[in-house]
Write a protein that binds this ligand. Structure first.
Ligand code: PMP
Length: 380
């Protein structure tokens, strides 16, 4: 057979690998980023009701109108920014499809795409699929700060896209005002677009408010802003998200969306639209996860791990340098087999094989799971 792989370097993701190993060894799984608590029964009831009421056929290509209206309202309530429900919002099959389609919209053969590492795993393969070249910018522990002068030096006429993820998975870092201004300066003096992965937008801690590039007049004009209801509503398996971009970008985005997905689960969209009539659902999300973060941090304070700051997302990074010198992957595998807890080595989010002795813990878990996790981590 004459089949040449378009993605020869891609294998199974680290999340699937660690989850499979966790299952095999009966380990507590804090590796993959998904909640283990119950979905709000009211949300499930709404989906049920819309299905029974006959919302079972194709939705509008751009998303059902009530959901696009609710998204616009959410953007207004959160950022006091208006977005156009006809020409700027497209409901997608999760954040992943929105990311894929945004990259497909702008990246051509030979284009360069800047990615900050540690980076979420779907960016690079998608860029490569469309003939783009990934230019990784490695950010290092403990503070993962960005040297914007260096970033500027990497931007040239081939740079088509800069991908940011704020707050960031896996670091839990939130970009500051200086970061956003530095990005805006680069975008202004170049031809690059921005893909802003904001799937953890509402999960920010310590009194900070969510921030979106939609609130930045210059960046907004050049950006695809991506969100995920999987994260917002604790239903990662539903795979519903959206992309907000200016009309010229949305028009091209939808040409691809139309022929890949066309439209997303109708009853689920209707249910989400009704569910989000209560803005507290998203306005209280940060507090919900902050409590879990604090429990975990306090619980492992006297363990051998050093805790890195987590300003947002539902991830906490812990440094095990005081315990072992082993590379991250080996250490993480050993923890699963010997200590019955599964975490993710952050080296998996870098192109270069770095070893910073750091593992990512997902704390989107019910209280009992976190009690168990604290117990296990204190015994290492
Ligand atoms: N971006 C980031 C940073 C993520 O962590 C995830 C989910 N793990 C996604 C995008 C994908 O979102 P979805 O599950 O809605 O496709």
């Amino acid at each position: 057979m004459n089949l040449q792989s378009k993605l020869p370097h891609v294998g199974t993701t680290i999340f699937s690998k660690m989850s499979a190993l966790a299952q095999q060894h009966g380990a507590l799984n804090l590796a993959q980023g998904f909640p283990d608590y119950e979905t709000d029964p009211y949300l499930i009831e709404l989906v049920n009701r819309y299905m029974k009421d006959g919302f079972n056929q194709y939705a509008f290509m751009s998303g059902v109108l009530p959901l696009r209206e609710r998204i616009a309202e959410k953007v207004w309530n959160t950022h006091q920014v208006r977005v156009d429900i006809q020409d700027e919002i497209t409901v997608t099959a999760g954040g992943t499809q929105a990311i894929f389609t945004a990259i497909a919209t702008v990246v051509e053969k030979g284009d360069e795409v800047l990615i900050f590492e540690p980076a979420y795993d779907c960016y690079a393969p998608t860029v490569e699929l469309f003939g783009g070249r990934v230019v990784p910018v490695a950010l290092l522990a403990p503070d993962f700060s960005i040297d914007w002068e260096y970033v500027k030096s990497l931007v040239n006429e081939k740079t088509k896209l800069i991908i940011i993820n704020n707050p960031n998975n896996p670091t839990g870092k939130r970009l500051g005002k200086e970061d956003i201004n530095a990005l805006a300066a680069i975008v202004t003096s170049s031809h690059t677009f921005v893909l802003s992965d904001e799937v953890y937008e509402h999960i920010v801690f310590d009194g900070h408010q969510p921030y979106s590039l939609l609130a930045h007049p210059i960046l907004r004009e050049r950006s695809f802003v991506i969100a995920s209801f999987g994260k917002l509503l604790h239903v990662t398996g539903w795979k519903v998200g959206y992309c907000i971009a200016p009309p010229v970008l949305t028009k091209e985005f939808r040409k691809i969306h139309q022929y890949t997905v066309f439209s997303v689960h109708t009853a689920v969209q209707m249910a989400i639209a009704e569910y989000l009539e209560n803005p507290e659902i998203y306005l209280s999300l940060g507090d919900f996860f902050e409590e879990k973060r604090n429990y975990l941090i306090e619980g492992i304070q006297s363990s051998k791990f050093t805790v890195l700051p987590s300003q947002g997302t539902y991830f906490l990074n812990i440094d095990y340098a005081a315990i072992s010198d082993e590379p991250e992957l080996l250490f993480a595998e050993r923890l699963i087999v010997e200590k019955k807890i599964a975490l993710i080595p952050i080296s998996a989010f870098y192109t270069e094989n770095l070893n910073q002795h750091i593992l990512r813990v997902c704390f989107a878990k019910k209280a009992e799971t976190l009690v168990q996790a604290v117990d296990l981590l204190n015994n290492i």
